[in-house]
Write a protein that binds this ligand. Sequence first.
Ligand code: NAD
Length: 437
Amino acid sequence: MLKAIIVGAGHRALTYASYARQHPNELQIVGVADPIAARREQVADLYDLPAERCFGSAEELAAQPKFADFVINGTMDHQHVATALPLLAAGYDMLLEKPFAVSEEEMWQLVEAARLHKRKVAICHVLRFAPFYTAIRQKVVDGVIGDILNVQATEHVSYHHHVVGYVRGKWNSKAKCFSPMLMAKCCHDLDLITWMKSGVPPVRVSSFGSNMQFRPERAPAGAGTRCLVDCEIEPDCLYSARKHYLDHPNRWAFYVWDALQQEGATTAAPHKPYAELTLTEKEEWLKRDNPYGRCVWKCDNDVVDHQSVAIEFADGATATLNMVGGASKPSRSIHLVGTLGEIQGNLEDSRFVIRHIDPRPGCEYAEEVVDLSIGGDMTGAFGGHGGGDLRLVADFLKLMNGEQPSISTTTLEDSVNGHLVGFRADTAMTEASVVAI
Ligand SMILES: NC(=O)c1ccc[n+]([C@@H]2O[C@H](COP(=O)([O-])OP(=O)(O)OC[C@H]3O[C@@H](n4cnc5c(N)ncnc54)[C@H](O)[C@@H]3O)[C@@H](O)[C@H]2O)c1
């Protein structure tokens, strides 16, 4: 039985912590640290925590004698390193959200601190644990496609996810969240690319991208400033806050009501858990001065909405990542071409194909389909990200217990390459140059 403390009691940390409720014999949540009283109370209720195990911050927790094996650090991007350093020094191992740093300097600071204090830090690169990507990686390790010549990865961020996070929401500007969209959204994909090429370092990167779609000059005629207040075209608008957050309460709307909870805590406005808000209260909230009721073309967003990255590896292999925000359908795909064959698939389909050359007369190639949905649990009990969320927790517990972890294990050192590519790609895009790694 391992004991953990939630640090940053937001959506992500609570997702990982839910493993303890499903597997009470393996994991127990014994404390919480978060400046928001309502969130501390929610966790205390959920996990039956006494008041002396609830802290106002990571720093306050780190100042107490250690009372758990590890912490689940689900603070926001720019708080990861600042909150991790005192906790590592206090002796805690850590499950740490991605991106684990917002600059290269911070990234190395964390790597150095983990080394110094001899702590285990696993990064929440949950997609490595999605059976889809784990199975592909296993084929690569087994040599099924030989040496990888090229990796093509794409992430299409759906229009509703894109606007809630990167247009209206908390990742819409670097000044607010300190991460560019590439790192906030696609450090997973960069990690998957470098993981597929594990052992071969990336050496050069170039990148192009821009913030093209949701800009004031592209606003249609009649668009107001707030969907439910002054907009003539709201009934026909694809991005209406009503359609996204009221008509579809389970389509990322938790980000909207989370913001209400955070505001409630800082302005002492009456607080209610968002599950208890009525439709009228939600509508009122969207009309008021909060980010999620704004016209998508009239926000303060300055992160890119699409970006392409090209990477060269030390053995001459290449890779590309195309991130596109605003797509009608969410989709992640990967195509690996190796010296002996290729693998191609789409996460959402939970199936991929393996192709090999077949030069016999009348033939061109042979194709084997690997369908993980047959008898496989892609989400369900294992949570989102193609079933990766809770499999990552299970794997970290194995690591903590000294057992053989899976091929997906994400140590800190192992996670550096993907982040490094991301930071340098952003430099390459900004400077319009090819940047060495
Ligand atoms: N792995 C993934 O696929 C994935 C998906 C979405 C988000 N994320 C990442 O997860 C992280 C958390 O996202 P979220 O939406 O759950 O965030 P959130 O804002 O809901 O939660 C963060 C919490 O940290 C708390 N906090 C702030 N300062 C603190 C401190 N000093 N000590 C302790 N707690 C503190 C805040 O009060 C807040 O409750 C982000 O870095 C985000 O980018 C990862």
